[in-house]
Design a binder for this molecule. Structure first.
Ligand code: AMP
Ligand code: GLY
Length: 417
């Protein structure tokens, strides 16, 4: 099979690596760190299957364009992609489907006073979200009422997020640990990818510093059982797919559902219409069987059997450039990559790299490399990843030292008890 992967980050590098075990892979636009990268655009590439990695082209309708040409695409059309592209639409859809989620109201550009009046009926923490895509940065959670009011006004006036913010969703604040699950959906039915993953969103150790696209991840979460995941499929994912079908939306791709485990049970926080980055990097390599064949089945609306994964654990540590996330510096020469790759049990995906005029690999974005360790035990996977991190360097390289550490500490405590 010939597969075209759309995107250029670590998630797409992971897709390309796993898919190339059974298929010929081209990646557009890819990067100098990803084999098979091409400057040709997807619509000009002949392939048996198109896998769209990021949300922006999905929301913009790339899958519709390719399908109109009779091609098989893994990824929803722009109608289904609204689950991620419009939080107000997503909330109204899941409410209609009876999915447990935070109470909310949405407000448009000229409704700032009504939005503030609604805020005043809520207790802290206050949650204010941009309706549209905001690269993971559009959500404010605060205990301070005046900050929430200011945020509502900045978003609705277009000053903070442009058109993405001209509608806001205000939600009741929930609390509890967070959990994400992933399910394939072939337009008719959804099938759980039987694992869980936890991202670390803050820049610095112990969840300090600004929010980022994700600084590292581990999978599976040892504290989450398949029964828990099945429950969330039943209360949130299956009803959502049913509601999509009622609205004649033929959703083919992955649904990435984020939950908060509250005292009243799991509540849906968000849907994403693509794999997480870096969650994909610790899930896709553990896929058993032919991933290309499974994604093709999803794309043609005929998923035959539920996916299965290796029981291995994986940990990925994101290496970020100097100045990330506010002002990432590019062009710094990356040292030690090949040496790190030679360590057994280590896999490294390129998230944001470029070549300098001397032909050296340099930093090319905010998140630069994803250093992954894989082993039977989480602790060993973590050690492998950090061993590999220790031989890589560039000027101002940033990373967290505690990816998967707190869960490891909890496991150690349990073992002692
Ligand atoms: P979202 O993009 O909607 O998942 O929101 C991003 C992050 O904001 C989530 O991962 C949560 O940490 C937090 N968050 C979102 N909604 C709520 C809520 N209703 N209550 C408390 N925290 C929330
Ligand atoms: N890692 C979070 C995301 O991809 O949205």
């Amino acid at each position: 099979m010939r597969v075209c992967v759309v995107g250029s980050g670590g998630r797409e590098h992971a897709f390309a690596t796993v898919l190339s075990q059974s298929s010929e892979v081209v990646v557009t636009p890819g990067s100098p760190g990803i084999k098979g990268s091409t400057a040709q655009v997807a619509t000009e590439i002949e392939a048996d299957l198109y896998v769209v990695g990021p949300e922006v082209p999905l929301v913009q309708g790339l899958a519709d364009q390719l399908r109109a040409d009779g091609r098989a695409v893994f990824g929803p059309g722009s109608d289904g992609a609204r689950l991620e592209g419009s939080k107000a639409w997503m909330k109204s859809l899941v409410e209609a489907a009876g999915v447990p989620t935070a109470r909310y109201a949405s407000f448009g550009e000229h409704e700032a006073d009504a939005a503030v009046a609604f805020l005043s009926t809520l207790a802290p923490p206050y949650v204010v979200k941009t309706d549209g895509l905001a690269a993971g940065k559009g959500v404010l959670v605060t205990d301070t009422y005046t900050d929430a009011v200011e945020d509502v006004r900045a978003k609705l006036s277009g000053t903070s997020f442009g058109d993405s913010g001209r509608c806001v969703v205000i939600e009741e604040g929930l609390s509890g640990p967070e959990l994400s699950l992933f399910a394939f959906c072939d337009g008719e039915k959804a099938a759980l990818i039987p694992t869980s993953a936890q991202d670390h969103k803050r820049l610095r150790d112990q969840d300090l510093g600004p929010n980022t696209g994700g600084m590292g991840c581990y999978s599976p979460m040892p504290t989450v059982s398949t029964t828990d995941l099945d429950d969330m499929m039943n209360t949130a994912v299956h009803p959502t797919v049913e509601e999509l079908r009622k609205r004649e939306i033929d959703y083919r791709g992955v649904l990435f559902a984020g939950f908060m485990m509250t005292e009243d049970g799991p509540k849906l926080l968000e849907f994403n219409v693509r794999f997480g980055d870096p969650e994909a990097q610790v899930i896709l390599p553990r896929f058993e069987g032919d991933l290309a064949e499974t994604l093709l089945q999803v794309a043609i609306g005929d998923l035959q059997s539920p996916p299965t994964l290796s029981t291995d654990a994986m940990v990925t540590v994101v290496l970020a450039s100097q100045g990330y996330p506010t002002a990432p510096q590019t062009g710094d020469v990356i040292y030690g990559l090949e040496e790190a790759r030679a360590i057994e049990g280590v896999e490294i995906f390129c998230a944001g790299v470029a070549l300098n005029p001397q032909g050296e690999l340099v930093t090319g974005g905010g998140r630069v490399l994803n250093v992954c360790g894989r082993a039977a035990k989480l602790e060993t996977a973590r050690d492998l990843a950090y061993n590999a991190v220790s031989v890589i360097s560039w000027s101002g390289m940033q990373h967290r030292t505690d990816i998967g550490a707190s869960i490891q500490a909890d496991l150690d405590k349990e073992e002692v008890a």
